[in-house]
Design a protein around this ligand. Sequence first.
Ligand SMILES: Cc1cc2nc3c(=O)[nH]c(=O)nc-3n(C[C@H](O)[C@H](O)[C@H](O)COP(=O)(O)OP(=O)(O)OC[C@H]3O[C@@H](n4cnc5c(N)ncnc54)[C@H](O)[C@@H]3O)c2cc1C
Length: 396
Amino acid sequence: MLNYDKGKIFIERSSCQQCGVCEAVCSKQAITIDLRKDGTHDIVVDEEKCIKCQRCVKCCPANKKENYEGYFDSFSKKEYFLGYNTNSKIRRECSSGGVCKTVIIESLRGGHVDGVYTLCTNDTFPFAEGEFYTQENIPKYDDMPNSVYHSVMACRNINKIKHCHRLIVVGTSCQLRAFNEALKGKADEIIRICIFCKQQKTLDSTRFLAKAMGTEIPENLKFSINYRGIGWPGIVRVNEAQMSWNRAAALPFGKRLWTVAGCNVCGDSFGINAGADITLMDPWKICEANDLGETLITINTDVGYELLRQIPSITLEAKTFKEIELALDLKDVWRKQQLVPFFRGENCDSNIKRAGRAEQRQRTFFQTVVEFLPRMPMLFYRALCKLPDRRNNILK
Ligand SMILES: Cc1cc2nc3c(=O)[nH]c(=O)nc-3n(C[C@H](O)[C@H](O)[C@H](O)COP(=O)(O)OP(=O)(O)OC[C@H]3O[C@@H](n4cnc5c(N)ncnc54)[C@H](O)[C@@H]3O)c2cc1C
C-alpha cells in the first residue's frame, strides 16, 4: 500500500496488492518495480523525481478501506448461471468454461464494446501482462492466459488504453478498484468483469507444485507454466511435468499459504465494492470433475446481464441460489472480511485477534513443513490438510 505522511510517499509492503497501478499513473516515472525471489515485487519511489502529487496514493487499491456491511444481503436475490463456450474445444482449454475469453472476443467482434483491457500471455515471468484490445487487434483465445495464480501486475500497462465509448476491464477485485480511480475519463462507460479471487499467490506456491511433480523451477525463471485447461478443473503443467488441478489444489491453495500480503486486507472476492457487473468463478463442490468445464457466473447488474445475453456462442444454464450456494463459498469470504481489521493492525475484538494469530501461526507451520521436508507422497499433504483449521475460532 502507498501512503503519504509528513511530505513523503511511503510503502507498506504488508498491504501491497501487487497491481502495479502506482507505476502506471506516475507522470514523473518516479516509481520503479523490482522483482523479488518469491515472485512478488518491491515498489521503489525515487525521492528526487517524486513531486508528491499523490496520484499513486489515490489509485492504490489497498488504500481504500472497504465497508462490508450488508455485503451478503443481496446474494439470495441475484441471478446465477453456469456458462460455457458452445465450442467444446475452446471450453475444454479455458480456465473453467471459457466465459471470460468468449465475452472479450465476441464483444469486440460484435461491436458491443470498442475496447477491452485484460491480460495477454508473454514468455517471461510472470508470463502475462496487461493489454488493450480493440477491433483492430482482437485477441485469439490463446493470446490470453488461463487463470494465473501467482501475482501479475495487471494494471501496469493501462497507459495503452485509448479513449473508448464502451470499455470492458477484466480483473480481480483489487485490480478493478485500481482501474476505477486510474481510468476516470478514459471511457464513456466502463463494464467490469471480476475474476473471483480469494488470494493471489507468490512464486513459492508454484515452486511447491513443481516439487510435488518431481521437477524444479530454475533460478533464472526459464520455465513454462499452465495452471488450468484440458477439462475441468484441469491440469497444472510446469515444463514437461503435470498433475491434475484437483490434486494440486489440495494443500497449498486451501490453507492460504504463500499469499500476496495485500490479499489479507481484501475481503471483496466478488468485486461487489469495486462495481463488478459480473463475477466469474469455478463451480467447486457443485460439479464433478469433467472433460469440458463450466464457469459459474454471478450477475451483479443489468449491464452485465445484457452483455452476456448478446453473445450467442455462450450457453447459459440458469441456476437458483440454492443450487449454487455451496460453490459461492460465502462463509470463507465472510471469514476473510472479519480478519481484515486484524491484518490492517486496527482495533478488533479478542475473538478476531485469536483467529488472526491462529491463521498466522497456521501458515508458518504449513509453510515450514512443506518447504523444508523433502518431496513427500501426496497422501502426506492430504493428511496435513485434514488438520483442524485454527482460523475457525472466529466462526464460533
Ligand atoms: C488469482 C486468482 C484466484 C482465483 N481464485 C478462485 C477461487 O478461489 N475460487 C473460484 O471459484 N475461482 C477462482 N478464480 C477464478 C477462476 O480461476 C476462473 O478465472 C474463472 O472461473 C473464470 O473462468 P473462465 O473459463 O471464464 O476464464 P477464461 O475464459 O479462461 O479467461 C480467463 C481470464 O482471466 C484473466 N486472468 C487470468 N489470470 C489473471 C490474474 N491473475 N489477474 C487478472 N486477470 C487474470 C485472463 O486474462 C482472461 O481474461 C481465481 C482466479 C485468479 C486469477
